[in-house]
Design a protein around this ligand. Structure first.
Ligand code: ZN
Length: 68
């Protein structure tokens, strides 16, 4: 899994109730790995249509677009 634009393997999602709250994760291992310290209870499951943002460039889109 990587950004289709720049190839970066780190992304973040925005909190559905607070757009200034973001949760980072990377996909280097092939699995989604959220940053340590993030409260699991506050995370919504990553679904195919979850909107994600590349941490390095302006790309953003649906989670399914980076899944292989
Ligand atoms: Zn990117």
């Amino acid at each position: 899994m990587q950004c289709p634009f720049c190839g970066y393997q780190r992304f973040y999602i925005k909190d559905s109730s607070d757009e200034f709250e973001t949760y980072g994760f990377d996909c280097k291992s092939g699995d989604v790995c959220f940053d340590p310290g993030i409260d699991d209870a506050s995370l919504t499951d990553l679904k195919d249509d979850t909107h994600i943002y590349c941490d390095q460039c302006a790309w953003n889109g649906k989670f399914k677009e980076i899944k292989k």
